[in-house]
Design a binder for this molecule. Structure first.
Ligand code: NAP
Length: 376
């Protein structure tokens, strides 16, 4: 990372936002260590208001990515200053959407040719992403194709370490009618014993059911708690607060939590008979010193959404690879994962929050979570 950003035209930009007020506090403390939790609590209303008024702006730090032959591509983080937990009215939604558009404009002014929409910046844009791309004359990607591909690859890695066969298992996809959830459900349906599609809007789930392979056993539910009947849960909702609790999971359950903010609330003491992993993450072949902002376990671990934009920039493919909703195909997932691997990105190792999932964690999980076949 380099702070000499004067006159440097960038190749890519990553639009992000804090996942919660607590995360915003961590970001404050990165530059003002004296800003302790007590002050953050005391001044919460004021700080939230100031944050709401702050326009989208670029981080001063240049993100430098080395390429073969001594070349490099460069980018910047663009801060879109909204908190998912405060978007509870159409007016707030519109304000956040405007910050996403402003962030794209900031990126364009800096010379970026592709923008990656992190977390809620793609959700508030929804199907509009294409409009922004056309209007602003800049490629925009949600990164959801790579995120879904990474989540499936991480899950497969875990299943193979556990020697679990997907064909024996019930998989619940929470947020199944969403962009990432749909892609994951379609990828897993041909291989799983049965798939449970969960979200709030039943009509959208029924539409998705029609897209599923005829041979797959599919069930639909609008009750999130039904996910606890499955032994594998992929959580990819746009909820601004956790909607599942680790404490409620049956022994022998795996959760792959793709949400940002997280969809699962973690128990303060990990339950050894449950495995919760962060999904949709890549291991990069270089480090970016922005963990204060990403909240990820190491500087080489990165979100799929940001990784996709960086990989497109590295390949010189300035295109809106993942845009709109419901358009991710298996080919798109495979192709972007293959391109990622060309540039040295891999599905990330497994973490529960920031703690690595070790062989010991897995063998303890297996020992205390046996389920008879019919209960899987
Ligand atoms: N790990 C990464 O690198 C990465 C990358 C990109 C995105 N993400 C995160 O992944 C998540 C999904 O993104 P997306 O683009 O797929 O979102 P999306 O297209 O907006 O879909 C969201 C899904 O969640 C469902 N949902 C929302 N609130 C819910 C609730 N309270 N209970 C149950 N279902 C609910 C929605 O359906 P209903 O409205 O019908 O309930 C929909 O099915 C987000 O948290 C996003 O920030 C992570």
């Amino acid at each position: 990372m380099n702070t000499d950003t004067q006159n440097t035209s960038i190749d890519f930009a990553l639009l992000g936002h804090p996942s919660s007020y607590e995360h915003l506090g961590d970001i404050f403390r990165h530059s003002r260590p004296d800003f302790n939790r007590e002050k953050l609590t005391k001044y919460r209303a004021t700080l939230e208001k100031i944050f709401e008024w702050t326009p989208s702006y670029a981080s001063p730090d240049l993100l430098l990515i080395p390429l073969a032959g001594g070349r490099q591509v460069s980018g910047r983080l663009i801060f879109c200053n909204f908190l998912p937990e405060t978007i509870h009215s159409p007016r707030k939604m519109l304000a956040a959407y405007q910050k996403m558009r402003d962030g794209c404009n900031v990126a364009k002014d800096l010379g970026a040719k592709v923008v990656g929409l992190g977390g809620f910046t793609s959700i508030i844009g929804g199907t509009q992403g294409e409009k922004e791309s056309e209007e602003l004359g800049i490629a925009i990607t949600s990164g959801n194709s790579l995120t879904a591909a990474l989540a499936i690859a991480q899950l497969d890695k875990l299943l193979s370490r556990l020697d679990w066969d997907l064909g024996d298992r019930t998989v619940a996809v929470v947020g199944a009618s969403g962009d990432i959830g749909r892609a994951c459900a379609l990828a897993l349906a041909p291989r799983a014993r049965q798939v449970l599609l969960i979200a709030r809007n039943r009509a959208k789930l029924e539409e998705l059911r029609c897209e599923m392979p005829a041979s797959a056993e599919i069930h639909v539910s609008t009750n999130v708690q039904d996910a606890t009947h499955a032994s594998i849960i992929i959580a990819a909702t746009s909820a601004s607060q956790p909607i599942l609790s680790e404490a409620d999971l049956r022994p022998g359950t795996i959760v792959c939590d793709v949400g940002y903010p997280k969809n699962l609330s973690y128990a303060s003491d990990p339950r050894p008979e449950v495995l919760a992993i962060s999904g949709g993450l890549a291991e990069m072949p270089f480090a970016l010193d922005i963990t204060y902002y990403t909240q990820l376990p190491t500087p080489t671990v990165m979100y799929g959404c940001f990784s996709e934009a960086m990989i497109l920039a590295m390949a010189g493919r300035y295109e809106s690879y993942s845009i709109g909703q419901g358009r991710i195909t298996q080919d798109k997932m495979e192709n972007i994962l293959a391109l990622a691997q060309v540039y040295g990105f891999q599905p990330a190792s497994l973490f529960r929050g920031k703690t690595p999932v070790t062989d010991e964690t897995l063998s303890t999980f297996l020992q205390c979570s046996y389920q008879p076949k019919e209960a899987r």
